[in-house]
Design a protein around this ligand. Structure first.
Ligand code: NAD
Length: 453
């Protein structure tokens, strides 16, 4: 079937789905997805290993577990999310009954990146199904084994009239983006995010943009240095730094720079990530960034350019301002270190940068933590940890400005694929008294409303 046909068939079922794709059917759909993922978790890990060389244990931790949690939460909480909410409308709403009804937006397009190629394709699908949408999923062409796996999982769990996977590159994505989807959920780079938003402007689709950027990681003078080193090493090196919320660079207080870097080097020496850089082209870009920074005076204190798609994790000291590493999202295992002295200058630096997807702060001084949290803008702030804010079931996930818009996960993911439709019913509304010509009773009512609102 041509992708346009897949879309047309899903679109033709929208009205029918509104009536028949209720709580039990959505729960059953989520249960099917869960069962297929559970049965195929070994194959999922194998496919990811083919694309990225990532060990199976790590893939279970960072892809299968978050998916299982997302599905479990949706199945447990869906009844509450779907329930229409009664709302009170004040004096002017007297004699009416108002409720907010979450209604499926319709047919959704989910475009996914290659770095967590299974969970970032299927995670948003959980929210789309919970909301009652049909969906077309386009995985990344740069992780072909994982994309084929996503296709197999979806084909096993769903009829293509409900969920279909369309594999392909940017040309396929362009064809999909030309279709009048009701919602587009895009995860990828800010540059392609702009292309997606421009396409959505032509069809007036709503968008969720989960983008990337440079997530700073602050090591404060009061940080527990050993713990901070452990968290930074974990957050930066898992998936070889190819994580949208990985610490991009370190901002270390000068008073603790030497002992912190010693602790970090010791953590790095305990063994590196087995994950490789996704393609030789991506590895080449990272080596060019590294070479330029070194030529401008940066010093490599561990790691190296490596060969092929392998790159031993690098820590870079003495970062020259103006190098491409200080401007571009690194998205790889290179960790530049910048030192700071005064908090005012630190906040000024953060304020001048694009709003990051995440900001990390390692510090024990409560007053400083509170001050920095109030002063910064970020998709999310992680204090004395890295990455965990992604998988906390009570928190939404998403960026702001250049790091994205809209929020994903749990109830927020459900909301992204839903239209909160107001339904207002007249029972004995006195509003008819206000219809011209205005009589004495109408005048009294109007005076009352003007006084009390
Ligand atoms: P990308 O933007 O290059 O590609 C993402 C998807 O868009 C792919 O499916 C690709 O086929 C498609 N695409 C590429 N060019 C396109 C075009 N011109 N028109 C339409 N579609 C196009 O991103 P990537 O390299 O796969 O992923 C890395 C980026 O994703 C990083 O910036 C990273 O920070 C970000 N990211 C964000 C999150 C998040 O949740 N916020 C998660 C993972 C990755």
């Amino acid at each position: 079937m041509q992708l346009e046909q897949v879309f047309e068939r899903q679109k033709a079922g929208v009205a029918e789905r509104r009536l028949r794709f209720g709580l039990p059917e959505r729960r059953a759909a989520l249960a099917r997805l869960e069962a297929v993922i559970r049965a195929r978790q070994g194959e999922i890990c194998d496919a990811i290993a083919q694309d990225l060389g990532r060990p199976a244990g790590e893939s279970l931790l960072v892809e299968v577990l978050p998916l299982m949690q997302e599905i479990g939460q949706a199945r447990r909480q869906l009844r509450r999310w779907m329930r229409p909410r009664r709302v009170w409308g004040g004096l002017a709403g007297l004699g009416t009954r108002a409720r907010l009804v979450p209604q499926a937006k319709g047919v959704a397009l989910i475009v996914a990146p290659w770095n967590y190629p299974v969970s970032l394709a299927l995670g948003p699908l959980v929210s789309a199904l919970a909301a009652g949408c049909a969906a077309v999923v386009k995985p990344s062409e740069l992780a072909p084994a994982s994309a084929a796996m996503v296709s197999r999982i979806v084909a096993e769990a769903f009829d293509p009239d409900l969920v279909a996977v369309v594999e392909g590159d940017r040309d396929v994505a362009t064809r999909l983006l030309a279709l009048p989807f009701d919602h587009i959920f895009f995860t990828g780079s800010p540059e392609v995010g702009k292309v997606v938003m421009a396409a959505a402007a032509r069809t007036l689709a709503s968008v969720t943009l989960e983008l990337g950027g440079k997530s700073p990681c602050i090591i404060g003078p009061g940080a527990d240095l050993a713990a901070a080193a452990r968290w930074v090493a974990f957050g930066k090196r898992i998936n070889a730094g190819q994580t949208c919320i990985a610490p991009d660079h370190l901002l270390v207080h000068e008073a603790v720079a030497a002992p912190f870097l010693a602790a970090l080097q010791a953590e790095y020496a305990r063994g590196d990530s087995a994950t490789r850089i996704i393609t030789p082209r991506h590895a080449g870009r990272l080596r060019a960034l590294l070479a330029e920074a070194e030529a401008m005076g940066a010093r490599r204190i561990t790691g190296g350019p490596g060969e092929g798609c392998a790159m031993p994790a690098v820590i870079l000291e003495g970062m020259p301002e103006g190098s491409a590493l200080t401007r571009e999202e690194i998205f790889g295992p290179i960790l530049p270190v910048v030192t700071w002295a005064g908090e005012a200058a630190l906040l000024e630096r953060l304020g001048a940068a694009d709003v990051p997807l995440s900001l990390y702060l390692f510090e024990r001084d409560r007053a400083r933590i509170d001050r920095i949290c109030r002063a910064v803008a970020a998709g999310a702030v992680g204090v004395n940890l890295t990455l965990l804010q992604f998988s906390h079931a009570g928190l939404p996930f998403g960026g702001k400005g250049r790091s994205g818009q809209g929020q994903a996960h749990g109830a927020w993911g459900f909301a992204a694929f839903s239209h909160l439709m107001p339904v207002l019913e007249n029972r004995f509304s006195p509003a008819r008294l206000l219809m011209p010509p205005l009589g004495a009773k109408g005048r009294r009512l109007l005076d009352l409303l003007l006084k009390w609102g």
